[in-house]
Write a protein that binds this ligand. Structure first.
Ligand SMILES: [Zn+2]
Length: 318
């Protein structure tokens, strides 16, 4: 297997590793929880162990891989091989030489990229965006991340492009986890939704969201808990998700008005969980805000699902 590559999607709750062949078909995979304490070196060790396990499933040693790509949150300096300010990871406010640390553990060259951008690149190359010259990836999860492909190439700006979650949809609006006001993420991100649900519940609004969370032994309102609450007709959950979809519609349509991209792909924990019916709702919510509404972009669900980030990371090692 001379062209086998590794890919690691580093998330705030899980580390997903894959080993793929030269055509990006997944040969082996492993998923480990992200350490919640310690520091960057502990996270790097957990990443190495996930990748080793994925490689084991294919009968390969990590050192035999052509390379290993990593999709990371925070500010990624691909050239220097460092990740800074990954605030949803333990003790990672500063700068850490992740590429060097991982390469030392695995014995293979390591390439870093931004988590959301590599997931968008994977959809552009292999998934729902195949054959498109321009693409907007929207990852609706704990936050709302975005990735951009323009003229067949990733658009990174000066390194921080694609922050679609922080498109302002309401001046002076709700406080966003980023500290500013009125961002799309303040209405649509899973973390913001949970905070809003807690506030309203504390004010006396009835909801089964937190009962469902306890019954299923979850530490937070996961995408699965939201989906169940909607199935049960929970009024508060319905109201908040309606508001989230409205916010996504306004924010994504505004981005499309600026970029005029051919397609939008929707992924992330909530995006994948709500699936095609959720995508249809986002499509409808975008429509009133589209400047050229007779020619909307294709809006599609990610085709690579949960593994898209790790498969996209492996593309960095081509
Ligand atoms: Zn924000």
């Amino acid at each position: 297997m001379p062209n086998a590559r590794g890919g690691i999607d580093l998330g705030g709750t899980k580390i997903q590793a894959v080993v793929v062949d030269g055509d990006s078909a997944v040969l082996g995979q492993a998923r480990h929880p992200t350490p919640t304490s310690g520091g960057p070196a502990d996270v790097a060790a957990a990443m190495a162990s996930a990748l080793r396990e994925a490689a084991q499933a294919t009968g390969l040693e990590p050192a035999a891989l052509k390379g290993v790509g990593v999709g990371s949150p925070g500010a990624v300096d691909a050239h220097a091989g460092t990740v800074s300010g990954a605030r949803n990871l333990p003790g990672w406010a500063g700068t850490f030489p992740l590429a060097e640390a991982l390469a030392g553990e695995l014995g293979a060259p390591v390439h870093l990229g931004n988590d959301v951008q590599v997931a968008t690149d994977a959809e552009a190359a292999l998934g729902a965006g195949r054959g498109r010259r321009s693409l907007l990836g929207v990852f609706w999860g704990t936050g709302v991340g975005g990735g951009i492909v323009l003229d067949g190439r990733p658009w990174l700006g000066r390194g921080a492009a694609g922050e679609i979650g922080h498109m302002v949809i309401k001046r002076g609006g709700r406080r966003c986890p980023c500290g500013r006001r009125g961002c799309m993420e303040a209405y649509a991100g899973r973390a913001a939704l949970e905070e809003r649900a807690r506030e309203l519940h504390a004010e006396g609004r009835k909801t089964d969201l937190f009962k469902l969370m306890e019954r299923h032994g979850r530490p937070r309102l996961t995408s699965g808990i939201w989906a169940r609450a909607l199935e049960h007709g929970d009024k508060l959950a319905i109201e908040l998700i309606d508001e989230a979809v409205g916010a996504l519609g306004a924010g994504i349509a505004s981005a499309v008005n600026l970029l005029d991209c051919e397609a939008v792909v929707i992924g992330g924990g909530l995006g994948v969980r709500f699936g095609e019916p959720g995508v249809e709702r986002i499509r409808a919510a975008m429509h009133p805000h589209l400047f050229v509404d007779e020619c909307p972009p294709a809006v599609e669900l990610v085709a690579l699902g949960d593994l898209g980030g790790a498969i996209g990371a492996a593309l960095l090692a081509r």
